[in-house]
Design a protein. Structure first.
Ligand code: S3P
Length: 444
């Protein structure tokens, strides 16, 4: 454990109760800053997630020449340069822990004749960038990367970009979004196909900013997305809904701590993000959505979550992209369920903030849970209760830290998490919010 690590301990807690105001959606927050920085005029953003990942994106957008101003909590203004108007940053761009911020920004600059150097923390410097950089060369961009595809990356945007027709083979919204952003400054129509449906916030927001985006379902599954280049984006206000990937932690805590009853209002309910809630309901979870409404081109609703007895289920592998960040907390719910929960189709979990599959399995085993590792997933043997009492290694992964703290709220013995500093990358108020609901989380 590094000297400056911040270990925490979570203990069996009384029923959780109250209202959990989780922070703004991370995916939408990154995109609002980036599109705002590429648009003409001033975009007002409210409810922006003020966490390290998003603040690094704000700094990068600023470094490319846009005016990015914070007016108050979650209230930001971005005055963009127009598509193709970005200038060369004065310094290296450090994206910290954020795959989304760095990959989307690579796309956003790749068709403008500027050069930038991208780096990040020890976790991000292990993550594959070739999946974005290689297709960006088809637009005319050039790059140098460590060992072929790792940060630090030097990216030189194309002086005379060309549009592309490209099949994306990984189920990654980050790759899709990077290429859509690059397409904005490439003359002509770029067409991308992807065999799996991944989150579509970029497409939705591009339309709101005035880009010509067309989406076509493919007969073999998946979809084709076309966007016209030399786009003119016009500033629009963005109201960021609350993050379902953050809501997942208090929601599962409420399910497993007996007697709990929580309300989690204003949560983004885009169907490509709600795989966890669908799965939990199939497991028997009492989660009720009320007041569904549209806000800024996205569905939003209020959740009521009550403690429930859960049954193990088989999670359809094709659901993985709609809950890719939620497997750590689903595995925790599965440990408290009765019977096995089978999760497959999780290759992408190997290249997240940590090898998440390995980190989840190690954490479960530390807590005394029986789990079988598969090539592309795992089977968690739920026994209705969890012994707990172990220490979990987070491997610089915020979601591993939060998931196992939630486990400790209902396990027979406390759970220790070796370092919780990374929680600040996505959910800085996690500890305060959870304590406010009654969670026994304390310094270890
Ligand atoms: C994100 C997409 C997902 C997700 C990440 C956010 C996005 O990554 O894990 O936290 O905002 O596009 P992939 O699309 O690469 O799986």
């Amino acid at each position: 454990m590094p000297a400056s690590a911040r270990p925490l301990k979570a203990r069996r807690s009384p029923p959780l109760a109250g209202t959990a105001l989780v922070p703004g959606d991370k995916s939408i927050s990154h995109r609002a800053l980036i599109l705002g920085g590429m648009a003409i005029g001033e975009s007002r953003i409210s409810g922006l997630l003020e966490a390290e990942d998003v603040l690094n994106t704000a700094n990068a957008v600023r470094a490319f020449g846009a005016l990015v101003v914070r007016d108050g909590q979650g209230e930001w203004r971005v005055h963009g340069t127009g598509v193709g108007g970005w200038r060369k940053p004065d310094d290296v761009l450090d994206f910290g822990n954020s795959g989304t911020g760095s990959r989307l920004m690579m796309g956003a600059m790749a068709t403008t004749p500027v050069m930038a150097v991208f780096t990040g923390d020890a976790s991000l410097r292990k993550r594959p960038m070739g999946r974005v950089l290689e297709p960006l060369t088809l637009f005319g961009a050039e790059y140098e990367a460590r060992d072929g595809g790792l940060m630090p990356v030097m990216l030189k945007g194309a002086a005379q970009p060309i549009c592309i027709d490209y099949r994306i083979t990984v189920a990654s919204a980050q790759v899709k979004s990077a290429l859509l952003l690059a397409a904005l400054n490439a003359p002509g129509r770029t067409r991308l196909t992807q065999p799996q449906l991944t989150r579509d916030h970029t497409e939705r927001m591009l339309k709101a900013f005035g880009a010509a985006v067309a989406i076509e379902a493919l007969p073999e599954g998946g979809e084709a997305i076309s966007v016209m280049g030399e786009a003119e984006l016009t500033a629009v206000p963005v109201d960021v809904p609350r993050d379902p990937s953050s809501a997942a932690f208090p929601a599962v805590a409420a399910l497993i701590v007996p007697g709990s009853n929580l309300s989690i209002p204003g949560v983004l309910l885009n169907a490509r993000r709600t795989g966890l809630f669908d799965t939990l309901r199939e497991m028997g979870a009492d989660i009720v959505v009320s007041n569904p409404r549209e806000s800024g081109g996205e569905m939003v609703g209020d959740l009521m979550v009550r403690a429930s007895s859960l049954q193990g289920v088989e999670v359809p592998p094709e659901r993985a992209p709609s809950m890719i960040d939620e497997y750590p907390i689903l595995a925790v719910a599965a440990a408290f369920a009765d019977g096995p929960t089978v999760m497959r189709g999780l290759d992408e979990l190997r290249v997240k903030e940590s090898d998440r599959l390995a980190a989840i399995i190690a954490g479960l085993r530390a807590a005394g849970v029986t789990v079988q590792e598969l090539d592309d997933g795992m089977v968690v043997e739920g026994a209705g209760a969890v012994r707990g009492g172990g220490t979990v290694t987070t491997h610089m992964d915020h979601r591993i830290a939060m998931a196992f703290l939630v486990m400790g709220l209902a396990s027979q013995n406390p759970m220790m998490v070796d370092d919780t500093r990374m929680i600040a990358t996505s959910f800085p108020d996690f500890e305060t919010l959870m304590r406010g609901l009654g969670a026994a989380i304390e310094a270890a």
